[in-house]
Design a binder for this molecule. Structure first.
Ligand SMILES: Cc1cc2nc3c(=O)[nH]c(=O)nc-3n(C[C@H](O)[C@H](O)[C@H](O)COP(=O)(O)OP(=O)(O)OC[C@H]3O[C@@H](n4cnc5c(N)ncnc54)[C@H](O)[C@@H]3O)c2cc1C
Ligand SMILES: Cc1cc2nc3c(=O)[nH]c(=O)nc-3n(C[C@H](O)[C@H](O)[C@H](O)COP(=O)(O)O)c2cc1C
Length: 491
């Protein structure tokens, strides 16, 4: 055999080998694809869209339950959901809240846009939605409803009717649990609420805005149990309660009530009580039938390293008197008295721990969430912080000046803009500052800044969003949202 023939044979052998390898790769690829499809066949895809953490907690706890019952689950934040993942899923479970005026939570806005602008064939998929909301809003659970319509338009089939939850009502959550158990044919017990309750004791309360045209804004400081932990940006949930004085007055007005009934009435809504207990033997049933006082949420204004839990609370005044939560915090709770509270993580408002710049924007009681972040930035040694804060009049509403000066003097607040809407100045609102300083704003954003917005949804947060759209365009804002650099704690 000549050397040329030998070379030809070697080349042919190599080609044959390559073909074999290619065929093997194809077969393996198809096999693994089949395996992936089989896994997706049997996997529950759980997706949550949550602004302040309730829907997220519920989704994660449901995933735990399904796993305990031997099921495969993938649980994803809607902002991390890829369209391909959704297309592959055979069974999806959605846990979504509604924000703003019937809007999707911030984390869901990009996905909502994708779903409206694409045609997906989800005909192989069944889905169920647990929608969190509050009936006091006009558009009750509107995002849940809209999501249901969008999924049906993409030919997915509902496993059972949309379940709407009004203010975390037990009855609504039980309905979902029953439906899910029936559909999955699994024995799923009610997801336990993982709230950890703690006592916090009021040690200081100061009116911050004496003389203001607005209602009272109070700074409150609480002693906490040693070791209590939270992150900057978290929320404290307060169990509303009647003050001792209110309870005593109430039992004195009722012929068949006395001091022995005070404990049973402490967490009952006395404002909704029917006028009188008619007979002594009806007292227990009458008290049991009174509605339970609600929880109220407040942004924490301090970090654990400071050793106390601070709040900034706006007093709500209505025709019926003071608001249940703010009235308790700003008036009836005495110094030294304790409250039952629970810390809730607020994932959409957590601080990025990198040392990239931060822009903090807010108004009124919104300074609470921003203060905690500024304290944390100082603790981390991250200096490039810009605060833009709005109130009404400099003379009465320049709140927390000493605290902000201390942060500024320590070098952690190189840029601060305080604006007042009723002083007749050119820059009246925080959004006006954004527009006036748009060059600097863009520079900070280019340097990787994250924006944190805390305070009123109406007016402030909406105005800020519009100003950002005008300055960096809708694409720029969408990009910030996708990169989790636009974080809000607005209410
Ligand atoms: C994520 C988040 C963070 C928040 N952070 C803060 C914060 O840092 N600081 C802050 O101040 N607020 C904050 N809030 C708002 C706060 O949770 C409360 O909504 C606010 O304090 C008002 O609650 P309230 O119980 O005082 O008023 P409500 O009791 O809800 O009362 C509202 C109005 O209704 C009237 N009313 C009350 N009960 C009755 C009744 N039975 N019949 C008729 N009318 C009645 C009251 O007089 C009042 O005018 C936050 C909210 C959210 C969602
Ligand atoms: C500023 C704000 C706006 C809200 N808007 C609505 C609304 O339009 N419709 C609704 O049903 N619920 C609304 N809610 C109630 C929330 O959906 C409800 O509190 C829900 O439990 C929050 O769940 P999350 O913590 O997972 O975001 C709103 C709540 C806040 C604080």
């Amino acid at each position: 055999m000549t050397s040329a023939v030998a070379l030809l044979l070697t080349i042919l052998a190599c080609l044959l080998l390559l073909c074999l390898v290619y065929i093997c790769v194809l077969i393996y690829g198809r096999f693994t694809q089949q395996k992936v499809d089989q896994i997706y066949d049997k996997t529950y895809l759980l997706i949550y869209a949550s602004q302040s953490g309730h829907a997220e907690n519920y989704a994660k706890q449901t995933a735990e339950q399904l796993v305990k019952a031997g099921q495969h689950c993938v649980c994803l934040n809607i902002e991390d959901l890829q369209v391909e993942q959704l297309k592959r899923a055979h069974q999806s479970l959605w846990f979504v809240s509604t924000y703003g005026e019937g809007d999707a939570p911030d984390s869901a806005q990009v996905f909502q846009h994708q779903l409206t602008s694409q045609r997906l064939d989800l005909s192989h998929q069944t889905f169920a939605i647990l929608a969190f909301g509050d009936r006091r809003y006009t558009n009750f659970c509107a995002f849940g409803q809209r999501l249901q319509d969008l999924l049906i338009e993409q030919h997915a089939q509902p496993s059972f009717d949309l379940v709407c939850v009004d203010q975390l009502a037990d009855a609504d959550l039980n309905t979902w649990q029953t439906q899910l158990s029936q559909f999955t044919q699994l024995e799923l017990s009610r997801v336990p609420t993982k709230k950890v309750w703690t006592d916090i004791q009021l040690s200081q309360r100061t009116l911050l805005n004496a003389g203001s045209q607005g209602t009272g804004l109070y700074f409150l400081s609480f002693k906490v149990e040693p070791g209590l932990q939270w992150h900057a940006g978290d929320i404290v949930e307060i169990q509303c309660a009647n003050s001792q004085q209110a309870l005593e007055e109430f039992v004195n007005q009722q012929p068949h009530l006395n001091a022995s009934h005070i404990d049973a009435l402490r967490f009952k809504n006395l404002r909704t009580a029917p006028v009188f207990v008619k007979q002594e033997q009806e007292v227990t049933g009458w008290i049991d039938a009174l509605s339970h006082l609600p929880l109220r949420e407040y942004s924490i204004a301090s970090i654990p390293a400071q050793g106390h839990l601070d709040l900034i609370v706006r007093q709500e005044v209505g025709q019926q008197g003071l608001g249940l939560g703010s009235g308790l915090l700003t008036t009836s709770l005495a110094i030294g008295e304790k409250l039952t509270a629970s810390i809730r993580s607020n994932p959409n408002f957590q601080l990025n721990t990198s040392n990239e710049p931060c822009i903090f924007i807010g108004n009124g009681s919104g300074l609470a969430g921003l203060m905690a972040h500024l304290q944390q930035r100082q603790a981390l040694g991250h200096q490039q912080n810009w605060l833009i804060f709005g109130e009404r009049q400099q003379q009465y509403d320049a709140i927390c000046t000493a605290e902000l000066n201390a942060i500024e003097n320590a070098g952690y607040l190189p840029q601060i803009d305080r604006v007042y809407s009723r002083d007749g100045l050119a820059l009246a609102y925080v959004q006006d500052v954004l527009v006036a300083k748009s060059v600097q704003l863009k520079e900070w954003i280019e340097q990787g800044a994250t924006l944190y917005i805390c305070g009123s949804l109406m007016g402030m947060a909406q105005g800020v969003e519009q100003a950002l759209i005008d300055i960096i365009g809708i694409e720029g804002l969408t990009q910030l949202k996708q990169q989790q650099r636009y974080k809000r704690d607005v209410y």
